[in-house]
Design a protein around this ligand. Structure first.
Ligand SMILES: Nc1ncnc2c1ncn2[C@@H]1O[C@H](COP(=O)(O)OP(=O)(O)OP(=O)(O)O)[C@@H](O)[C@H]1O
Length: 609
């Protein structure tokens, strides 16, 4: 290894320790008193073993004197021996007490810290944009942060304290051993170094393997989910996917296993061989101390003490090296957490809560949008004006950009170019919360919460979620009230199958819940329904939208639907084709224009004849 690369590796090794500071901050902020008690008990546990060994030596000498001498000297030696036994027992009681207290602090901190870090991760998730969740690389970061990091900060702090304890122990031991020979101290340190270097290499490798693997692990988690959750199980059974998916799961494991096995074997082998070197060092010292006693240079008691000190020293060296390597590994893992938590999320929000011109409605001006990583636009040069109080319908083939338009309007994404204004104010200048208060939207893939039916509707407006009469009114508007009254616990019926006594609804019933949720937004000035009614029969849908139109008389309503019986009721219809608006007008105007809209309308009308 060249001098340069050796110094680089050295720097790289120590640079990972920068996360230690963060870990200490996190643990300290979780509980300062527990951290202090943990530090103190660690120190006590560091100082005591060497003192106990030295008392042990004095005890042996006292016993030997009592055996060899007679009369007064023997009498005094017996008293000494008794004193040493009592002192040693006292110190051992103190040490076990400190160790117990230390482990109590660790256990409590572990519980508190696990929760704290999970909350930190979830709080950060709330600040992320939709695009982050759709970005595989970023999602990996989230999975990695969640997987390990909640246990790592405490582990890092524990190891730092352990290291401190072992260093103190080593210094105390070295002070005793120096009286025997400085070379003995040197031997103690040198014998542990090769094992340490090997351990550092392997822990770095283990971390890199884990990090590289997160995509495979995610696939495994995904396959587990498909194979065990009720929403996946139906198709798995009917399409006989079980074996195929299970095989994929096993194949991933096989690849992972090969790598893991190789690492475990190499780590163990090197650990064993280099550990032997340390043992050779120890037995060399053992013999050395023994022969010094034979030569009369030291007493039997001193010999016992030095051997005990040497053994303790050997352990302290090995332990401190293991701690350093463990810290190295924890630091690397902690980098996942900080990478995730420190990821810069662009400032979400403007400050305005009102637009200068409430009558202006919504305007899209030359709006283009590319999904991250995509080279074809999902929306291209869209110009659109939706007037205040107007009802608008969007039609278009699958993939033409209808949902994307709504995602931009609700600021789940920002346009790649062009601008969108609401009430005369660009969307980015709106306070994001004020904007979202004014817009109610239900997407086709709306969420089916495993909560009570009343809550499923109430969350449409969290501020009024507990207002029962409002929930019942919204359910009435969404045509859900009638079937909810037939449920066993009415509005308090648990939905879904995850929790006890949960009741599963039909697709159409769920859609009525989603619609009712939209109607909770009684103050919203824009209401958007992105095809949430596909499972509702055509007559009920038309009835519902006639009703929807009445309820949104003075507000903007936007409907995406493939059913022309619904679409024709809108004041203003736009046709999207391959990311562009190709036709625009009322139902009659579009029929008269005899374009794509007219063709699709007649096609569907024929189907009903
Ligand atoms: N999250 C996404 N990331 C990347 N591309 C996307 C994403 N969502 C949609 N697209 C792409 O953008 C285009 C428009 O999709 P969009 O969902 O707006 O279509 P749509 O008109 O609502 O279709 P449908 O009638 O099937 O609901 C499609 O080509 C689609 O593949």
């Amino acid at each position: 290894m060249s001098k340069q690369s050796a110094s680089n590796s050295f720097q790289k090794f120590f640079s990972v320790f920068k996360y230690s500071r963060i870990a200490v901050e996190i643990v300290w902020s979780t509980s300062a008193p527990l951290t202090v008690v943990m530090a103190l008990t660690t120190l006590v546990a560091g100082v005591l073993p060497a003192s106990i060994a030295s008392i042990g030596g004095l005890f042996v000498d006292a016993v030997a004197t009592a055996i060899q001498q007679t009369d007064g000297i023997a009498e005094a030696a017996r008293a000494d021996a008794l004193r040493y036994v009592l002192i040693e027992a006292g110190l051992v009681v103190l040490m076990t007490g400190a160790q117990k207290l230390n482990s109590i602090c660790q256990s409590i901190l572990r519980i508190l810290l696990g929760n704290k870090i999970n909350v930190m991760i979830l709080e950060k998730a709330l600040t992320l944009e939709l695009a982050h969740f759709e970005d595989a690389e970023y999602y990996d970061k989230l999975v990695r942060a969640r997987r390990e990091a909640s246990s790592r900060p405490l582990s890092l702090v524990i190891k730092t304290f352990d290291l401190l304890r072992d260093i103190i122990a080593l210094i105390t031991i070295a002070l005793f051993l120096l009286q025997f020979s400085p070379w003995a101290v040197l031997l103690l340190v040198i014998a542990g170094i090769p094992a340490f270097i090997a351990e550092a290499k392997f822990s770095g490798e283990a971390f890199r393997i884990q990090r590289r693997r997160s995509a495979e692990r995610r696939m495994q988690i995904y396959l587990e989910m498909v194979l065990t959750r009720e929403d996946g199980v139906k198709e798995v059974k009917l399409l006989q996917l079980g074996k195929v998916f299970l095989q994929r799961y096993v194949d991933i494991f096989r690849n992972i296993y090969k790598e893991d096995r190789s690492l475990v074997l190499r780590r163990a082998l090197w650990g064993y061989v280099l550990g032997l070197l340390a043992s050779v060092g120890f037995y060399f010292a053992y013999g050395w101390v023994g022969f010094a006693a034979i030569a009369g240079a030291i007493t039997i008691g001193q010999m016992t003490m030095y051997i005990a000190q040497f053994r303790l020293g050997q352990n302290a060296v090995t332990n401190s090296l293991t701690s350093i390597n463990g810290m190295y590994e924890d630091n690397l893992y902690l980098s996942n957490l900080t990478e995730y938590l420190e990821h810069k999320v662009p400032e979400q929000t403007g400050a305005q809560t009102e637009g200068p011109n409430p009558k202006d409605g919504i305007r899209f001006e030359r709006v283009c949008f590319y999904y991250p990583g995509s080279e074809t636009p999902a929306l291209h040069d869209v110009n659109l004006h939706i007037r205040a109080g107007e009802s608008m319908a969007i039609v278009g083939e699958n993939g033409s950009g209808k949902t994307t338009l709504i995602k931009l309007l609700t600021r789940l994404y920002q346009p790649s170019s062009g601008s969108i204004t609401f009430q005369g104010l660009p969307l980015e200048d709106w306070d994001i919360n004020a904007l979202r208060q004014k817009v109610g939207v239900i997407f086709q893939d709306f969420a089916r919460y495993q909560l009570m039916v009343g809550e499923n509707i109430g969350i449409g407006d969290v501020a009024d979620m507990e207002d029962e009469s409002k929930v019942v009114t919204a359910a009435g508007k969404g045509m859900a009230d009638a079937f909810i009254r037939d449920l066993p616990e009415r509005y308090n019926t648990q939905l879904g199958t995850w929790f006890k006594d949960g009741k599963e609804l039909s697709g159409g019933q769920w859609q009525k819940i989603a619609l009712s949720r939209a109607f909770m937004r009684s103050k919203a000035e824009v209401l958007i329904l992105d095809e949430p009614t596909a499972a509702i029969d055509a007559r009920a849908e038309a009835e519902l939208f006639a009703h929807f139109r009445d309820l949104t008389a003075n507000r903007i309503s936007i409907i995406i639907s493939h059913r022309f019986s619904t679409v024709r009721m809108a004041d203003h219809i736009i046709v999207l084709e391959k990311s562009r608006i190709t036709e625009e007008g009322s139902h009659e105007e579009l029929l008269a224009a005899d374009g794509q809209y007219a063709t699709l309308f007649h096609l569907q009308a024929q189907g009903y004849q």
